[in-house]
Design a binder for this molecule. Structure first.
Ligand code: C5P
Length: 231
C-alpha cells in the first residue's frame, strides 16, 4: 500500500505580514503558533502516515513548537517554496508511488472533509494528482503592464488554487527538478509535464494567511470550531 506523506513547507519569511519574524510563528490562538495549529489539525485527522515539516536551516523558532503525531522537522528550506518542497521530499525520501500531500503552513483552517475529497479523487479516479481549489466569483480581468484591461477571462473556467496538492512522489520530484524553483505551486510543475491534475472543491475558510487582516478571519473560524460549531 502506498503511504501518505504530508509535507508542510514552512521556510518562508512572510514579508507581507510585516511582523518582523516569519508568519508561521504568529501566535494564532491560546498562544499556539500558526504552524502548530496547521500541523496539529492535520495530524488529528488521522489520514497521514507521516508528516514532514520543512524549515530554514537558520530557523530559531521551531524548537519551541509542540507537534502531535508522527512529525519530523527537516532544516532544508530553499530560496523558493518549490525548492523547499523539493529539498524536503529528498530528505523525507518517500517511496516512488507514495502520495505526497503538500500543504502551506499558512493555511491553518483546512478541513477534514476537503482532504477526504482529495484522497477519494486521487485514489479512485484516472488522474495524476489533485488540488483543493475554489471557483472564482468575481469577474476576472487580464491587464497590460500599465493596468489597462486587455480582456475579460471566462470565470467559469477559473479556480483559485489552495492546498493540499497531492501527487505521487517520484513524479512530483522529477517535475519540481525540471521546473527549477520557478513555480508557485506543485500543480504548475506537474502541468508543465503534461500531467492530468484535477481541481477538487475546497473551502472558503482555507485561506492562506498573507496580510495582517487575514489573522482576524482565521481567528474567528478557529474560535467558532473551538465552540463546537465545525462546518
Ligand atoms: O510566501 P507564501 O505565502 O506563498 O508561502 C507559502 C508557503 O510556502 C508557506 O508555508 C511558506 O512558509 C512556504 N515557503 C517555504 N520556502 C520558501 C518560501 C515559502 O517553505 N522559500
Amino acid at each position: 500500500m502506498p503511504e501518505r506523506l504530508l509535507l508542510i513547507p514552512a521556510a518562508g519569511v512572510g514579508e507581507r505580514m510585516k511582523i518582523g519574524y516569519p508568519k508561521q510563528y504568529f501566535p494564532l490562538i491560546d498562544n499556539v503558533t500558526m504552524l502548530e495549529v496547521t500541523v496539529n489539525r492535520l495530524a488529528a485527522m488521522n489520514l497521514f502516515d507521516r508528516i514532514a515539516v520543512v524549515v530554514s536551516d537558520k530557523d530559531s523558532y521551531i524548537e519551541t513548537c509542540r507537534f502531535e503525531g508522527n512529525v519530523t522537522v527537516y532544516r532544508c528550506g530553499g530560496e523558493t517554496r518549490a525548492q523547499s518542497v523539493l529539498n524536503g521530499l529528498i530528505a523525507a525520501a518517500p517511496g516512488d508511488n507514495d502520495w505526497v500531500f503538500v500543504h502551506d503552513a499558512a493555511r491553518p483552517c483546512v478541513e477534514k472533509d476537503s482532504v477526504l475529497r482529495l484522497i477519494d479523487t486521487v485514489e479512485n479516479e484516472a488522474v495524476d494528482g489533485a488540488i483543493l481549489a475554489m471557483p472564482v466569483s468575481d469577474t476576472i480581468k487580464w491587464v497590460n503592464d500599465k493596468g489597462i484591461i486587455e480582456k475579460t477571462i471566462d470565470r467559469s473556467r477559473c479556480y483559485r488554487a489552495q492546498t493540499p496538492q497531492v501527487f505521487q512522489a517520484e513524479a512530483l520530484i522529477s517535475a519540481l527538478k525540471e521546473a527549477k524553483g520557478s513555480v508557485t505551486d506543485e500543480a504548475s510543475a506537474m502541468e508543465m509535464k503534461g500531467a492530468t491534475v484535477k481541481v477538487v472543491e475546497g473551502s472558503a475558510f482555507n485561506i492562506k494567511v498573507t496580510y495582517p487582516d487575514d489573522i482576524q478571519i482565521v481567528r474567528n473560524y478557529l474560535q467558532s470550531i473551538q465552540k463546537g460549531q465545525e462546518k
